[in-house]
Design a protein. Structure first.
Length: 65
């Protein structure tokens, strides 16, 4: 179950596909712009959704054992 607008859900879903086979260092190098490009763009007023997804990924990677 998830909460958020369609852009947030799309950003998180696309990000999971992008990082599936990446090393930790590669995951940490991803930027919101990379995610926005993978989604073929996002409206400017919704681009913060991509940033939130990338920040969540960084937090998750930072909590790895």
């Amino acid at each position: 179950q998830t909460f958020g607008c369609g852009f947030s859900i799309a950003a998180c879903s696309a990000l999971t596909e992008m990082v599936a086979d990446l090393a930790v260092e590669e995951c940490l190098a991803l930027r919101a712009e990379d995610l926005i490009n993978a989604l073929d763009g996002m409206p400017e007023h919704k681009q913060f959704c991509a940033q939130l997804a990338v920040e969540a990924l960084r937090d998750a990677v930072g909590n790895l054992p």
